[in-house]
Design a protein around this ligand. Structure first.
Ligand code: ADP
Ligand code: ZN
Length: 717
């Protein structure tokens, strides 16, 4: 059967209530339906499930999904059932009777998708294969496919058995899915699954709806508490390094009246399951956890992820922050960074008797530190780390949202370096700072208290000196030994600074406080009613609330106020089945609310059934991003290319800064052209129509230039 984009979109809409495919969903699905093997790499929250769930509904037989996460199977199956799709799972949590019943249902053709845990495949797979043959499979989907690779971070030997699918069913497509990007793992997956000729689809790892913030670790609990209190309605995760601190921090949050719980691998399994469930059901607002928390979590409306301590590497950071915002709504990742954490983690990076592993750990840790200290867009840094190009301004990280301040730090640098020299290049950052600040501590040797540098640095706080020292390290003005107690050493660049031959200019940000949600024109009171109704359905169906409908769907309802079934169908996330099953109560809420406040449906303002994407940076940010690039000397075309926007859009952004006076018109238009345009305007009756001006000035002057001059003339008036 031939599938066109239109009828696939129709099917997506019918079953899942979404009107458009995301990223590579469409080509992946087309390939799978054409019977070809595919490797799909998409970031967490990208929408991998649809890639096999939709084909499952269109193919004649059964779709077998292999997934390692038993805890997630139930959730996935529940969410399919909420869309009226017949699905089931087979794993070790079921009794033989339960399993028999499910198999009966499959044989009867009542089930389209079955989730199977890899350990269900026996070492001698023949009986299992024979059994599968009786079920008429149409597609094998291997979720978390990186588990097959010992190169990946989560190797599971049971996955190696999955090669059997391609061998036993050469004509049935295998779809491997993962969020792990590196090439070695990728090659290993296609190798081990025996799908070497498959098509590979690799999506961008950018998560545009997550904003990244790095803040100095200065009384973090205070800041975290305030942040959570300001964002009462938002779920979040706080990651810390040690088990003890999960309990301690959760305790402090509880005292502040925040519904918090702690989680780590040392808790007994019953307690762990309880905490997870309470979080899934929004009974607990915040989880304070070690990195053990997350693998089994599929909560789509996590609004913030806070790192109380620095993670060990960027992969971990990306994965943990990636648990925020799977529903596509704006979310925040906040990391509290201190150089002290780096020192702590250095010790953990050491693997006794394994220098190779130690050195890998160390270089990953250093990269993480660089990320925290770099004077660049955080998103760009992350994307580059994962091998993707990205423009230098994203508009939604602390760097891009901050005002930058250049300071001449030459004198401070000289002070610091001379402290290094005078103490014989034998000390680390902490000691030198104490010395510079004239600490009375006994740790400072008496002879060092006699030095001229002792106490000359009182004008800076400890944190400021730490920052300066780190900048010197990052920019190579000083070296650090790799010992357990690292010592600072001068290098050639340091000598140049000391001799006054090099100036040191450091860029400092004036960070703005992160704010969780952007303002959307939704009705907050109505949203509360709708949430309660969702909770009602969730309890009725015994599933987590977001399985009924996502937060985004609630927001859309509270924004567009649909008044009947067909309008509800226009809301993203409402497929035919969901409208039928859950529509009535939601509509009742909306109607009553509209009656009380005299409101009417705004559904016609929703031109397409597009997702509300408040995830794009705010207009003012996006304008500023273009402006910054322009100031850096990029051409209009280059900026458009880098930002993935049209030249016209960029031109519009720049126009704004002409009106504010921040861009000088003569940076954009030559004096000669300016005069020509101005003369033409003077000759015309309607001085705002572009075409007549263009006719007068000729081909050498672009429409953009005309527009800019017109704007400029307006501000002159
Ligand atoms: P992944 O498995 O890649 O982490 P999921 O498959 O769980 O991601 O999808 C994340 C969320 O995005 C889910 O809530 C899903 O329903 C939603 N989603 C997937 N595809 C689309 C789409 N085309 N339009 C709107 N929402 C989608
Ligand atoms: Zn940025």
């Amino acid at each position: 059967m031939e599938y066109t984009r239109e009828n696939l979109e129709g099917a997506l809409n019918h079953f899942f209530g979404y009107s458009q495919f995301r990223m590579n969903q469409l080509p992946i699905i087309e390939q799978v339906l054409a019977g070809r093997d595919v490797l799909a790499i998409m970031p967490t929250g990208g929408g991998k499930s649809i890639c096999f769930q939709l084909p499952a509904m269109l193919l004649p037989g059964l779709t077998v999904v292999i997934s390692p996460l038993i805890a997630l199977m139930k959730d996935q199956v529940d969410s399919l059932k909420a869309n009226g799709i017949y699905a089931a799972f087979l794993n070790s949590t079921q009794t033989p009777d339960e399993q028999r019943e499910i198999i009966g249902d499959i044989r009867a053709g009542n089930i389209k998708i079955v989730y199977v845990a890899p350990e269900r495949i026996p070492a001698n797979p023949q009986p299992f294969i024979d059994f599968l043959k009786t079920l008429n499979p149409s597609l094998f989907a291997i979720d978390e496919a990186h588990c097959i690779s010992s190169w990946g971070h989560d190797f599971r030997p049971d996955y190696l058995k999955l090669a059997v699918f391609k061998q036993a069913f050469p004509n049935i497509p295998v779809l491997a899915l993962t969020a792990s990007a590196d090439v070695t793992t990728r090659n290993d997956i296609v190798d081990k699954l025996a799908i070497r000729g498959c098509q590979q689809f690799i999506s961008s790892f950018n998560r545009p709806n997550i904003s990244y913030f790095i803040r100095p670790k200065d009384n973090p609990i205070f800041h975290i508490t305030n942040y959570i209190i300001k964002n009462r309605e938002s779920s979040g995760i706080i990651y810390t390094l040690s088990r003890n601190s999960t309990e301690e921090i959760a305790g402090k949050l509880l005292k502040a009246g925040i519904k918090a719980a702690h989680y780590h691998a040392g808790l007994d399994p019953v307690k762990r399951a309880k905490v997870q469930e309470a979080f899934q059901k929004d009974e607990v607002q915040v989880i304070v956890a070690t990195i053990a928390f997350g693998m089994g979590i599929d909560k789509s409306n996590v609004r913030f992820v806070i790192h109380h301590d620095m993670p060990k590497n960027i992969e971990g950071y990306y994965q943990e922050t990636g648990r925020a915002g799977r529903d596509g709504l704006p979310s925040e990742a906040i990391l509290f960074y201190s150089a002290g954490d780096f020192m702590k983690l250095r010790n953990f990076a050491q693997v006794d008797g394994n220098p190779e592993q130690t050195s890998i750990n160390m270089s990953k840790l250093k990269m993480m530190q660089q990320f925290c200290e770099a004077d660049t867009c955080r998103r760009q840094f992350l994307m580059n780390y994962f091998g993707e190009q990205f423009p230098p301004y994203c508009g939604s990280c602390d760097y891009c949202q901050s005002e930058l301040e250049q300071t001449n730090a030459t004198i401070d640098a000289q002070m610091f370096l001379s402290a290094v020299v005078r103490t014989g290049e034998r000390y680390g950052v902490g000691y030198l700072i104490d010395l510079l600040r004239g600490s009375a501590s006994e740790k400072i040797l008496p002879e060092h208290k006699q030095l001229k540098t002792y106490g000359v640095g009182k004008h800076h706080k400890k944190e400021e000196w730490e920052w300066i020292a780190n900048q010197l390290l990052v920019h190579g003005f000083i070296d650090r030994t790799d010992d357990k107690f690292p010592q600072l050493r001068l290098n050639e660049k340091s000598h140049a600074v000391l001799r006054g031959q090099t100036e040191i200019m450091l860029v400092k940000q004036k960070p703005k406080a992160p704010q969780v949600t952007e303002e959307m024109p939704f009705d907050a009171d109505l949203l509360k009613l709708l949430k309660a109704t969702r909770q009602y359905y969730a309890e009725l169906e015994h599933v987590p609330a977001y399985n009924i409908v996502s937060d985004n769907t609630l927001l859309e309802m509270a924004t567009y106020l649909p008044s009947n079934n067909s309008e509800l169908r226009m809301i993203s996330g409402f497929g035919d089945y969901k409208v039928e099953k859950f529509g009535a109560e939601f509509l009742k809420d909306i109607r009553e609310h509209c009656r009380r406040y005299n409101l009417v449906s705004k559904i016609n303002q929703k031109r397409t059934k597009k997702e509300v994407t408040p995830s794009a940076p705010k207009l003012s940010d996006t304008k500023t991003a273009s402006f910054k690039l322009f100031k850096d000397g990029y051409s209009l075309a280059a900026i458009a290319e880098m930002r993935g926007m049209s030249e016209q859009t960029i031109e519009g952004h720049l126009t704004y800064f002409i009106t504010t006076g921040e861009i000088d018109i003569f940076n954009l238009v030559s004096l000669e052209n300016y005069e020509a345009i101005k003369n033409a305007v003077g000759m015309l009756k309607n001085p705002n129509a572009l075409k007549p001006i263009k006719d007068l000035v000729g081909d050498n002057i672009s429409y953009s230039q005309i527009k800019w001059v017109l704007e400029y003339l307006k501000t002159e008036r």
